[in-house]
Design a protein around this ligand. Structure first.
Ligand code: UDP
Length: 494
């Protein structure tokens, strides 16, 4: 029997970490399941509803079977965070590090509310964020399988497993020397200074333990992008995994779909942006964006501005400063000098719309996994500029394994803008020229990127590798549901 016929009655609860880089792909993923007849419910907190509701309204207008629904649970009180700060991207720039810790202290306090929702909805499966290891226990108590969503690549999942298993950092406790991450399909060399310290080890041990007990892992990637690592993760790391991406391709139908993702003001910018891009030559524009949390010091923004001015290519730049003001704008009429050639967006940009416009030819990125996949799906080469989190690992995939990127050469992992060395304008201009230019290397990167873009689109089409793996997952969950002893609705917790 086909998965579509089975799937009508499957219900899944999706609970992402409250950050755009986790909520947005979770929404896309839930929409893909809903398009296959699954009843999908998104769980989040009230201040995150504006990020979710417009997406659901659009998606539900075209869903034939069950509409996607939203459940809200209150964010814990007395967290020490500013009022209404329920998303990592809304944490104020100042004091960010201390507040991020407070945010992660608050998150497990959602457990009781999560239990209530589980007992009431009794979904057939939960898809919860890798940062929520405690959701495994809550689901297991009710016999509900948990799928983990980390929102990262197979490549990163394999590297981080090797770092944990083989402990290469122990022989490189500090400093900028190179080290090889052992036991992987390719020789992957990184600088010690590009990797995080040992903070959060206890927490990540909990994450690994919950991962290993969970039903499996859903990965926003496609087989053809990283086949060696998709196999390595399953066979060597030993996790059950399904590749179902790039999930953002479910927003490909119309410009309104492409720009309805994210914060509302993006749609307001859509028409201006489109008009501006329409006026530029094919493949001539460089798009510059550092995700939802990549902020820079004024000194760095000034160099970036000068680098973009010097490279001579038209650019769209999503600029966020740690002070929120314009003290970084280079003196002497920078905005006038680049008028017509540079579009500066202060705030939320309709990224998918921009990346898929024919005039865009390259992307300067912080190497967040969603941004990389969105660029790959659009067939674009990259200038890589990682800042923190798993971004330095992603850079190795893009530059060394996929051969579609040029590194701007950042050597140090740093959360805080003021802790980062400044990349100068000349270095930025050179990297931009290398990606946008016509050298043999640039042409080869462009050819590879286009090829990967075609593979990405095929992967999510009916019969493609990700489409089929999602069918496999739906089939297995449906089978599991049929064989499970149905838990009885529970009385509410007191
Ligand atoms: N994004 C966007 N407009 C912006 C900034 C980000 O649409 O101005 C989206 C982007 O398309 C991606 C997500 O936000 O889907 C950011 O995720 P990513 O993993 O790239 O980076 P993070 O923000 O998690 O560091």
């Amino acid at each position: 029997m086909s998965s579509e016929r089975h799937s009508g009655s499957l219900s899944m609860l999706f609970f992402p970490l409250m950050a755009p880089g986790h909520i947005l792909p979770t929404l896309d993923m839930a929409k893909l399941f809903a398009m296959r007849g699954v009843k999908a419910t998104i769980l989040t907190t009230p201040a995150n509803a504006p990020l979710v509701q417009p997406f659901l309204a659009r998606a539900n207008a075209s869903l034939a079977a069950y509409p996607m629904s939203l459940r809200l649970i209150p964010f814990p009180p007395d967290t020490g965070l500013p009022e209404g700060c329920e998303n990592l991207s809304s944490i104020p720039f100042r004091d960010r590090t201390a507040l991020v810790f407070k945010f992660f202290d608050a998150v497990p306090r959602l457990r009781e509310q999560f239990d209530w929702v589980l007992r009431e909805l009794l979904p057939d499966c939960v898809v919860t964020d890798g940062f929520f290891p405690w959701t495994y226990d809550a689901a297991a108590e009710l016999g509900i399988p948990r799928l983990v969503f980390h929102g990262v690549s197979f490549f990163y999942l394999c590297l981080i497993d090797s770092v944990h298993r083989n402990r290469p950092l122990e022989s490189h406790p500090a400093g900028a020397e190179a080290l090889v991450i052992p036991g992987l399909p390719h020789r992957i060399e990184m600088l010690r200074s590009q990797l995080p310290g040992s903070e959060g080890e206890e927490f990540f041990a909990q994450v690994r333990e919950a991962d290993s007990k969970s039903y499996g892992v859903v990965v926003n990637s496609f087989y053809e992008l990283e086949p060696d690592y998709a196999r390595h993760y399953r066979e060597v790391v030993g996790r059950r995994a399904w590749h179902i991406g790039p999930v953002a391709l479910c927003n490909s139908d119309t410009n309104a779909d492409k720009s309805a993702r994210g914060y509302e003001d993006a749609s307001g910018r859509r028409d201006d942006c489109l008009e501006w891009l329409d006026g530029k030559g094919a493949g001539s524009v460089l798009y510059v964006c550092f995700g939802s949390m990549g902020e820079f010091s004024a000194a760095q923004l000034r160099e970036l501005a000068l680098g973009l001015e010097a490279c001579g290519h038209p650019f769209v730049w999503v600029a966020r400063s740690d002070g929120g003001d314009d003290e970084w704008v280079p003196e002497g009429g920078f905005e006038e000098r680049v008028r017509g050639r540079g579009l500066i967006i202060r705030g939320w940009a309709p990224q998918i719309l921009i990346l898929n416009h024919a005039s865009v030819g390259g992307f300067v990125t912080h190497c967040g996994w969603n941004s990389i996949l969105e660029a790959v799906s659009a067939g674009l080469p990259l200038v890589t500029w990682p800042l923190f989190a798993e971004q330095f690992y992603n850079e190795r995939l893009v530059v060394d394994v996929l051969g579609i990127g040029v590194s701007v050469g950042v050597r140090e992992y740093a959360m805080k803008p003021e802790d980062r060395g400044v990349v100068d304008a000349v270095t930025i201009r050179n990297a931009a020229d290398e990606v946008m230019g016509s050298s043999d290397g640039a042409q080869e990167r462009r050819r590879r990127a286009r090829e990967l873009g075609e593979m990405a689109r095929r992967a999510v089409e009916k019969g493609g590798s990700s489409y089929k793996d999602m069918s496999n997952l739906i089939e297995q969950l449906t089978e599991k549901k049929k064989n499970a002893v149905q838990p009885q609705p529970q009385p509410p917790l007191v």
